[in-house]
Design a protein around this ligand. Structure first.
Ligand code: COA
Length: 194
């Protein structure tokens, strides 16, 4: 059992015991030591290289990675990634619009406000950089997530074929097809031009 596995099991046990204080959770930037936690004990092992690359991008300032930490155990229970710019300006343009993705909360910790909290924290990061619009993609077969984003002020602006590829932990190229809605939200502040 890895240290991360132990911390995650301890975190889930704490929820099972009914200790559900909101202040048991903290949202903070991901550090190098947190990278194994992003793999969720193997569920996302195939994204290992993507996670490392995203972390390296954060170090040079082209991305930002946030996590929800279960503070009593240090275990990771959720995450969101932010991309400041993209080759497709509907997603992110480096100045006003940033793209939020890879939002996940571990199953045992869902439906208690953590997804909403980390999304708000990501919007705050965009605001701190002077951006005024957040975009997010949601798979077409995920109506509950879409409903959550609509409740939080996002609206659909485009369809995205969701075709992309990545190199997995064993060096194999994996093709992905995830048809999605692209949603956006104006966030407070940003560049005050209009
Ligand atoms: C979507 C997700 C991040 C929400 O996190 P959360 O902490 O449960 O969110 P909150 O507690 O702030 O809000 C609860 C709402 O989240 C949504 N939600 C809850 N569980 C969900 C699930 N398994 N899948 C999708 N949406 C879910 C629902 O809209 C829910 O409200 P409802 O109970 O009225 O239906 C989380 O459920 C998750 O990680 N789901 C799996 C991965 C995913 O779908 N990510 C989004 C990719 S676009």
């Amino acid at each position: 059992m890895t240290a991360q596995t132990f911390r995650n099991e301890a975190a889930e046990a704490a929820v099972g015991n009914g200790r559900r204080e909101a202040n048991e959770f903290a949202i903070r930037p991901i550090e190098e030591k947190d990278l194994p936690g992003l793999e969720w004990d193997g569920v996302y092992l195939h994204f290992r290289r993507l996670f490392r690359q995203a972390y390296e991008d954060m170090r040079i300032g082209t991305r930002h990675l946030l996590m929800v930490e279960h503070t009593p155990t240090g275990g990771m229970v959720g995450q969101i990634f932010i991309q400041w710019s993209s080759s497709d300006p509907r997603f992110a343009d480096g100045t006003r619009r940033g793209y939020l993705y890879a939002l996940r909360i571990k199953p045992a910790f869902r439906c208690r406000g953590l997804g909403t909290r980390i999304l708000a924290a990501a919007e705050n990061e965009l605001h701190r950089r002077g951006m005024d619009t957040a975009s997010i993609g949601v798979e077409k077969d995920n109506p509950r997530a879409r409903a959550l984003y609509e409740r939080l002020g996002y609206r659909v602006i485009a369809e995205d074929p969701g075709r992309w590829s990545y190199v997995d932990h064993e060096g194999n190229i994996r093709e992905v097809l995830e048809p999605a809605w692209l949603m956006e939200k104006r966030i407070r502040g940003g560049h005050e031009e209009d």
